[in-house]
Ligand binder design. Structure first.
Ligand SMILES: *Cc1c(COP(=O)(O)O)cnc(C)c1O
Length: 381
């Protein structure tokens, strides 16, 4: 059996052709493919505006800046996420506050977030960054109600969830990142995520004002629109201290063909998930799916007591399971700035048991059967 990783990109001939066509076109960057990718992505998600960026971490950085986060202002996120969900708050000089996860969905707990907010005076927090962890959509309608009550913004870190949705109280499907219950959504196009651009990211919003700010900040704060003066055709103004966080045309061309495959990819991920669930029923705990949600399944996670044993055993069979994630508050950087003693029991208990199994559209049934066989075999032995 070939090595089986926990995730991998799927590239076929039309992806290759799209990149080659762009390489021989007039534009390698800042050409028509960027806008086309943004438009198609916005249409797929059902959101008004999409801003392509060079990776999701840049997207998160611009998101907090465009929402006006300032030094020492406080934002809540989950410890069970990739570090970037929290780091963006630090980039702006803000303070990260962690609330605990729900022990069954592994998502940021609404109750824990509410408790944390209500334990502090009004205005103490500025925003919340919930994460559609593993591809499971957060119930943003509930978070939005809480945010509204306390005058907070929401950035949905949807890096794991293009194509996922939850059903709101009116029975409407709400695609992850569609901005109906969050100010901004963030997606990643790193190859382990659903859509591979090499590196890449997308920011989504329904706010024209945020869209304009995000577009300006993405490209140095430089614009030729709404200028104070105009000295001639060459003239531009730098109106803000921005960055070069642009995505290239080459990457956007790849993003367009990759996006077209996402629907089928998520469907296949759900087949794989159903196979795991059937095999592990009443034997092994896995991420629980609230009713009315469609999991985009970036990951398939189980919890086992002997996690290290299983991880090492699978490696001897060329199965490269992975751990998602080391709780962010326990990483040395966050410990150093004072988070070592945070009281986040569900997150730490989850981390002691979690393991992510192979999950990607091109995983064959035969390969998956091999993985399942090894896991069940390990626990029987
Ligand atoms: C991958 C990931 C990011 C960062 O994405 P990049 O495109 O690699 O910068 C942020 N948040 C989450 C939850 C992620 O999984």
């Amino acid at each position: 059996m070939n090595p089986i990783p926990y995730g991998r990109q799927y590239i076929d001939q039309d992806d290759i052709d799209a990149v080659i066509n762009t390489l021989t076109s007039d534009y390698l960057t800042q050409g028509p493919k960027v806008k086309e990718f943004e438009d198609r992505f916005a249409e797929y998600i059902g959101v008004k505006y999409a801003v392509a960026v060079n990776n999701a971490t840049s997207g998160l950085h611009l998101a907090v800046l465009s929402l006006g986060l300032k030094e020492e202002e406080r934002v809540i996120t989950t410890p069970i996420t990739f570090a970037a969900s929290a780091n963006c708050i630090r980039y702006a000089g803000g303070e990260v506050w962690f609330a605990d996860i729900d022990p069954d969905t592994y998502l940021l707990s609404l109750e824990s977030t509410k408790k944390l907010i209500e334990s502090k005076p009004k205005g103490f927090f500025k925003g919340i960054i919930p994460v559609d962890f593993a591809g499971l959509p957060v119930d943003l309608e509930a978070f939005k109600a809480l945010a509204k009550e306390h005058d907070l913004w929401i950035i949905e870190d949807a890096c794991h969830a293009p194509g996922g949705y939850f059903t709101d109280s009116k029975g409407n499907k709400q695609m992850c990142g569609n901005g109906n219950y969050a100010d901004i959504g963030i997606f990643s196009f790193h190859p382990v995520k659903h859509i591979a651009c090499g590196e890449g990211g997308m920011i989504t919003t329904n706010s024209e004002e945020l869209y304009k700010k995000l577009s300006l900040l993405r490209t140095h704060g430089i614009t030729k629109d709404n200028m104070e003066e105009n000295h001639g055709g060459w003239y531009y103004e730098m109106q803000e201290l921005g960055f070069n966080y642009r995505l290239t045309d080459i990457q956007s061309a790849l993003g367009i063909t990759q996006l077209a495959k996402n629907e089928a990819g998520v469907k296949r991920r759900n087949e794989i998930s159903n196979n795991y669930k059937k095999a592990f029923k009443n034997k092994i705990k896995h991420q629980d799916l609230p009713e009315g949600t469609y999991n985009a399944h970036h990951l398939f996670i189980i919890e086992v007591a002997d996690r290290k044993g299983l991880y090492d055993f699978l490696r001897t069979h060329n199965i490269f399971a992975q751990i998602h994630y080391i709780p962010v508050h326990t990483l040395p950087y966050y410990k150093t700035i004072g988070y070592g003693h945070a009281n986040l029991d569900h997150s730490e208990n989850y981390y002691s048991k979690c393991i992510s199994l192979p999950m990607y559209p091109s995983l064959s049934n035969e390969e998956q059967a091999f993985v399942i066989d090894k896991i069940l075999g390990y626990f029987k032995a």
